[in-house]
Design a protein around this ligand. Structure first.
Ligand SMILES: *Cc1c(COP(=O)(O)O)cnc(C)c1O
Length: 390
């Protein structure tokens, strides 16, 4: 019975085509000025920690997202870490993190010494559920005289929340902001996967106090490796830049470092590649929507599965198209057989509270997280993907 269903899903996936022997989940595509800009860095010698492409990328990214400031850094994990540092998160604090995320979200919290506190997702968008968070905080949190949010069970401050836009699908940020504001909790959006996604006409990553983006090789656009922190707070933007460049100031040829800074700035070489990629983002977004549309059609008549569509009032970048397979056995078979056939499909990440280093962290009920983990797979989603007729 399940074999017949997985057979049927496989037959449909066999129509995917990228002109090669195997189909990765997501590969970078270079169709623009990548070579010209990178060559320019090499010819002029500006390959490292300063250069015109770094400034240009920060400018272009801020303009595209309509934010006051973008600070580019070595990767998305560093972006999250630096945002938490700038938000004043310390080892005495807890930070609310979805249990369903890439491990970097929780790791960035651990780097500050703070304790990740795991939250459940919503089925619709797979991101942190603001409604569940509201109910949960009403039970376990109170605000103290200074307005700080205290976890009454551990006595620690809940300093921040890190909502993550899963696979590029926006979560309802207005509701999340409402809940966080009511409890005096800072919001840092993990928009690593969702560059170009919008909720109610506004870019993800721009609702919270800060947002983090990733330009890793498997994201919608890449710098080779890289990330960015975005904010509408200019003072915070200056501080993030300062912290990312070893907190250095110079006066008449003398250098001074006024706090423990980080060597997190993005090299010019990576910024050059990323500038060229950013120019193509609107085109990539168009192609991604078309891929999502074709997947939707491909699986429309199969009652055993649902293609996961963008949530209400959202425009997703469809970074990784995803399929819900109702039966766990079928899902395991599909993963096995598709990968054996050279078509890469992946389950969602192992939930954070199941990992050895985070097993003892505080958490709410994580039923939806566990259900999503057992039923959702990611499908090949590179912009060079095409669909052969049946
Ligand atoms: C990719 C990713 C990151 C980390 O970005 P890197 O650039 O790989 O460090 C963080 N969070 C999520 C949800 C991601 O998908």
């Amino acid at each position: 019975m399940t074999a017949a269903i997985s057979e049927e899903i496989l037959a449909r996936l066999a129509r995917l085509d990228n002109g090669k022997d195997s189909i990765p989940l997501h590969e970078p595509i270079f169709r623009g000025n990548e070579e010209a800009y990178v060559t320019d860095c090499i010819r002029t010698g500006w390959v490292s920690s300063v250069g015109a492409y770094v400034d240009r990328l920060e400018h272009d990214l801020a303009a595209y997202l309509d934010v006051k400031r973008a600070v580019v850094v070595v990767n998305g994990t560093a972006a999250l870490h630096l945002a938490l540092v700038a938000a004043g998160v310390t080892s005495q604090d807890e930070v609310l993190v979805p249990a369903l995320t890439f491990v970097a979200t929780a790791n960035a919290v651990a780097y500050t010494g703070a304790t990740p506190h795991f939250c459940d997702s919503a089925t619709e968008h797979m991101g942190l559920c603001p409604e569940k968070l509201d109910v949960y905080l009403a039970k376990i949190a109170r605000r103290d005289e200074q307005g700080r949010c205290i976890n009454t069970q551990t006595g620690r401050r809940i300093a921040a929340v890190l909502p993550m836009h899963c696979m590029g699908h926006p979560l309802p940020m207005d509701r999340l902001m409402e809940v966080a504001t009511a409890y005096g909790i800072a919001v840092i959006e993990d928009a690593a996967e969702s560059l170009g996604s919008q909720y109610k006409g506004k870019h993800t990553g721009t609702f919270g106090h800060m947002g983090a983006i990733s330009f890793n090789g498997n994201k919608i656009i890449t710098a080779g490796g890289g990330g960015a922190i975005i904010t509408n707070d200019e003072e915070l933007g200056r501080r993030l830049k300062h912290l990312s460049t070893t907190a250095k100031s110079s006066q008449g040829g003398f250098f001074h470092h006024d706090t423990v800074g980080y060597n997190y700035r993005m090299p010019n070489l990576n910024a050059a590649l990323c500038c060229a990629q950013l120019e193509q983002l609107p085109e990539f977004l168009r192609i991604k929507r078309s891929i999502a549309q074709q997947y939707q059609t491909l699986f429309a008549d199969l009652p055993e599965v649902d293609f996961i569509e963008e949530p209400a009032e959202s425009k997703s970048n469809y970074w990784l198209c995803s399929l819900r397979i109702h039966d766990a056995q079928t899902m395991a078979e599909v993963i096995d057989r598709a990968n054996a056939a050279g078509i890469m499909v992946r389950p969602l990440w192992e939930p954070m509270h199941q990992l050895p280093m985070y097993r003892d962290c505080p958490r709410m009920e994580l039923n939806t997280t566990e259900t999503l983990h057992r039923s959702v797979i990611s499908l090949p989603s590179s912009v060079n993907l095409s669909f052969n007729p049946a």
